[in-house]
Ligand binder design. Structure first.
Ligand code: PMP
Length: 289
């Protein structure tokens, strides 16, 4: 594997960054997880745009234009002969001192890794996932806004550990008011009486690119999509539930907090959207070659 670091390629063994990088010392940085399908990078522009928005939110100036970064992502895919895979784009504050002050970091570090994708097993998509609400609440948006895809993922990691301790793959995270925000690495949707409902981004969710794509696909398919605040009551009474994310795509959810959702199997709306999403991933995206 060849890893891109600040304009050069390194073998996996030699792809290293300084212990004084504030990405490591303080989680001071941002990232994106992107997928390639069939020789194309899916939604690359949207991921690049979100990265620059995260950067702006933490006052980090990426030392490269969006167009040059886009070219670097495609070049990293080519260097690794990627047709289908997962791309991790990371920008850290850079090498500084042991003090917090980001002004001591002279230049942000840019890292691009293009690898195979680790997928959930197909049986999970056939049967549906079981998820659980966890005690760790979502970060407050006026403390650390969940819209920033930052390298500080402890809030999500704690929730993931709580889900995993309860034997579940994913956690539903509520915000401080008790409204549903999202899962640790995915956005959440429910289907109720033919309508799609997903929490508003202001509830404390990442502006998911898959979420947006699914909303567009659902509207094209004639479904009404709304973004009201949702409570656990709404989840338990849903006809269907599914999660969306770049890595997971669309994952049906059939149990929440030990309660069966709908008929206890992936529902027809979820299936239809899964098909439409897969069809789009086969044809859309930025060509690598
Ligand atoms: N929420 C969180 C917390 C995430 O980390 C992610 C990405 N893994 C998502 C939602 C889904 O976002 P996207 O569809 O852009 O991958």
């Amino acid at each position: 594997m060849k890893v891109y670091i600040n304009g050069k390629f390194y073998s996996e063994k030699h792809a290293q960054i300084s212990v004084f990088d504030h990405g490591l010392l303080y989680g001071d940085g941002i990232f994106e997880g992107i997928r390639a399908y069939n020789g194309r990078v899916f939604k690359l522009k949207e991921h690049i745009d979100r990265l620059y928005s995260s950067a702006r939110a933490i006052l980090l100036t990426i030392p490269m234009s969006p167009a040059a970064l886009t070219r670097a992502v495609l070049e990293t895919c080519r260097a690794n002969r990627i047709r289908d895979g997962y791309i991790r784009l990371v920008v850290t504050r850079g090498v500084g001192t042991l003090g917090l002050d980001p002004k001591r970091c002279r230049r942000p570090s840019i890292i691009i890794i293009a690898d195979k994708i680790q997928l959930y097993p197909p049986s999970l998509y056939e049967r549906g996932m079981e998820i659980i609400t966890v005690p760790t609440t979502r970060n407050l948006h006026n403390a650390l806004n969940p819209a920033i895809k930052s390298l500080n993922y402890l809030n999500n990691i704690l929730a993931k550990i709580e889900a995993s301790n309860a034997g579940c793959e994913e956690a539903v995270m509520l915000n401080a008011e008790g409204f549903v925000a999202e899962c640790t690495g995915d956005n959440i949707f429910i289907v109720k009486q033919g309508e799609l409902l997903t929490p508003p981004l202001s509830a404390g969710a990442l502006y998911g690119i898959t979420r947006r794509t699914v909303i567009e696909l659902a509207e094209e398919a004639g479904y009404k999509v709304r973004e009201p605040n949702l409570t656990r009551y709404d989840l338990y009474n849903a006809d269907e539930c599914f999660l969306t994310g770049t890595g997971a795509e669309i994952v049906p959810v059939t149990r929440i907090d030990g309660r069966t959702i709908g008929r206890g199997r992936p529902g027809p709306v979820t299936r239809e959207l899964e098909q439409r999403y897969r069809a789009l991933t086969r044809i859309a995206g930025e060509p690598i070659y």
